[in-house]
Every structure is written in C-alpha cells, then in structure tokens.
Design a protein around this ligand. Structure first.
Ligand code: ZN
Length: 417
C-alpha cells in the first residue's frame, strides 16, 4: 500500500503539543509519522490530503447505545428518569429485528459524521455490532444484561454465553436496580474468566442511590410492578452504588462505569484506587433530570474520565464534542478555574476514552496507532483546545478510518440543536 499523508492547518496529537502546519503519514492503516508538514512531505509526500482545519485523533465515545438511535424522539419528552424508563421498556418490547438493525446503522453513520471512530457500545442483540463492523467503527461491544433476577439469570446466561466469542466483546451488567446482586457478581466472574471488559451504569440518579441504600423509591415500585425479584428491593444494603459495585467485585482497571453523577469523595477515591474510569454523559443527565456530575472534583482529584453521549433516546445528537462543551460549563459552574480545562476535556474525549476501553492504539496520534483521524472546521486561535471545546460540536468535516477517508456523501448531514 502507498504511504499517504494527511496535512492540516493544525495537528493535535493529544499525546504531545499541537503542531501548526502539521501532518500525519499513514501506512497500512497505521500512523507512520507525525510532525511538521514540510518534513513529513519531504519524507513521504507521494499522496497528500490537505485539510483546512484542525486534525485530531478520531474521538472516542465512551458510552452509547447505537441500537437506540431510532428512539430520538424520547429525548424531548421532558419526563423524569423513572417515567422515561417505563416508556422506554414499553417501546423496547415492540421494536422489530429490522428496526433494530436500521436504528444501529443510523447510529453508526451519525457517530462517524461527528468525527468519532471508536465507541463503547452497549448492545443487547448484536445488531449494533453488525452495523459497526460493516462501517469499520472500532471499540468494544458490551453485551448487555438487563432484567436478570436470580430466576431469569440461568436462561439469560445460557443465551449470553453463545454470543461471547468476538474479540471486541465486553459485558455490560446494566445496573444495581435492574439485575440482582448475585447476577451482577456472577457477570463480573464470567468477564474475568474470559478476559472481557465490564461496563455497568452506576450512580446515575438519586432514585438509584435510594434503591441501593434502602431498597425504596421508584425503582422498588418498578421492580415490583414488573415482577423482577431484586434482593435489594425493600431492604437495600446501606451502601452507595459505587461501594456496592466494589463489594460485588465489579470495579477494577478492566471496568469503566457510565454516568458517575451521584458520587461522594469516598466513591471517587474508591474509583481511583481501583483504576476504574467514568464515562461522563452530561447532556443525557440534563435531559433526564438526573443531576450534575462533580466534574470539577473529578478533575481536581485526578479521576480517570472519558466522555459519552449515551443514546439518542436521551441526547440531542451523538457528537461527543457536544458533551465536552457541556462538561466545560459544568466544571466552571462548580468553580474549576485551572487553565488546563480545555486540554483535559479534549484528552477525556480521546485518550481518556481509549483508556476506559483498555485500547492503547486509538485516541492519539503517535507512531503505530490506528490511523483513525478527524478534521474539525473551528477557528484557528492560539489555544486550539479551547477552540475545539467551544466550537467543535457539529464542525467535523472529514473522518478517516484506518487511513481511508470516509466518503462524506455517505454520512448524514449535521444537525445541531
Ligand atoms: Zn446508558
């Protein structure tokens, strides 16, 4: 294969400082060199793509559900989380096989159009895995287990085990309010036996915290209504969701949690101690009235953070830079005033996401990494991270997967609300 060069007004390798008039040389889908355009062109200048704008590693969406893209109308209902969950499951049961696949394909195309090239995707039936593979989108497909009490679990486990062969597979035990404690613990063991990563939802709402601590509230009522026999219902365990996950063996460097909104200082310390990253989903949290994650505390205390959009059912689009912008506003409202804020948020959406997925060859522009790239049409100013954070949402013009430019006319046009 011929070596190709992608040159841009500014190149942001993330692992090193921005390069004005920079370039990346690509060979066999991997990065061969990163540096000044003139040097890279002298060395490898046969086939050159010149991009106006800022070239970054492809973004990493650390929490999404691509299969749910067709549920976009649910993001504007304005109902509480508990009501939303009820409506969600009613619709979920009525969705057909063809609809799931079309929905997942739409999600993959939207993600690529926004400059995201890797996802931590929670997938129930495998349709999103098919759609991602067709398009060349990488990441980890977390097989979801939801609604598993001790009675339903043996059957669900047998079905699950037939689908765990793929190299990109992980497991997503949904949450402490939709699965029994024993199921959650067993899924952790199953993942460790097979070397699979784990990705549960945790500490998303106060209702979840109440259910885990005392066994009461809307999730206890919901479990009762649907006949789900959860051991925490009616009694709780006197713990926070993060502490409970740890007690069940579900934290560790091979795990990242989604949301992490309602976490106290002890929870954050436990996450750091276990090496567990958090995928922050601020726009989803705002839409579902779930609360505001302590972004400033996570940043000051040095927790590993990544950025997720969550699904279209609780967000306005699948562009992680929309959530990066929301995280900035939250951090500032919480008193974070360090000058590194923009850089750290761009890191969260790139190498932070890669770390959350346990992938070392994405989210960075360095020799040997996958040549997954994105170009953003944002103002060229001194602080390019600030420009990406302020103006990057909806500004992706080029997406490159393993060295190949994704044809723009195959992608949906951007619609930013
Ligand atoms: Zn989710």
């Amino acid at each position: 294969m011929t070596i190709e060069v992608h040159a841009a007004t500014v190149v942001v390798p993330v692992v090193t400082g921005p390069i004005r008039d920079g370039a990346v040389a690509v060979d066999e889908g991997r990065i061969l060199a990163v540096g000044a355009r003139t040097e890279i062109e002298d060395l490898y200048g046969a086939a050159i793509h010149r991009h106006d704008g800022v070239l970054t590693p492809g973004l990493v969406n650390a929490h999404t559900h691509l299969q749910l893209t067709a549920y976009a109308d649910m993001a504007t209902l304005g109902v509480s989380f508990a009501e939303w969950v009820g409506l969600f499951f009613a619709r979920y049961r009525a969705t057909t096989t063809d609809e799931w696949l079309a929905s997942a394909r739409d999600g993959v195309q939207q993600v690529l159009a926004s400059g995201t090239t890797a996802v931590a995707d929670v997938d129930t039936y495998g349709f999103a895995a098919v759609a991602a593979q067709e398009a060349g989108l990488v990441g980890i497909r977390y097989q979801e287990v939801v609604g598993a009490d001790d009675i339903r679990w043996p059957k669900l486990r047998a079905e699950l085990e037939t689908r765990l062969g793929a190299a990109d597979a992980g497991l997503s035990p949904h949450s402490l309010y939709t699965n029994s404690s024993e199921t959650m613990r067993t899924i952790g063991e199953l993942a460790r036996e097979r070397g699979l990563r784990l990705h549960p939802h945790a500490a998303e709402t106060v209702d979840e915290c109440e259910f885990v601590f005392s066994g009461t509230g809307p999730f206890a009522v919901g479990a009762d209504r649907t006949g789900l026999l959860l051991d925490l219902a009616g009694r709780g365990c006197g713990m926070t969701p993060v502490a409970r996950l740890d007690a069940l063996g579900l934290l560790g460097p091979d795990v990242h949690i989604a949301h992490g909104v309602h976490v106290d200082a002890a929870d954050r310390a436990l996450l750091r101690e276990r090496g567990t990253a958090v995928a922050l989903c601020p726009r989803s949290n705002a839409i579902l009235h779930s609360g505001e994650a302590p972004v400033a505390a996570y940043l000051r205390e040095g927790n590993q953070i990544a950025v997720g959009t969550d699904s279209s059912a609780s967000n306005l689009d699948l562009d992680v830079l929309g959530d990066v912008q929301a995280l900035r506003a939250l951090a500032i409202s919480q008193g974070y005033d360090e000058p590194d804020l923009d850089r750290r948020l761009i890191e969260a959406a790139t190498i932070g996401g890669a770390a959350a997925l346990g992938m070392r060859d994405i989210g960075r522009l360095e020799v040997g990494a996958r040549a997954d790239l994105a170009v953003f049409d944002v103002p060229i100013v001194d602080d390019i991270y600030a420009s990406l954070v302020a103006s990057g949402h909806g500004s992706c013009t080029v997406t490159v997967l393993a060295g190949a430019v994704v044809p723009r006319n195959s992608l949906p046009s951007k619609e930013i609300s």
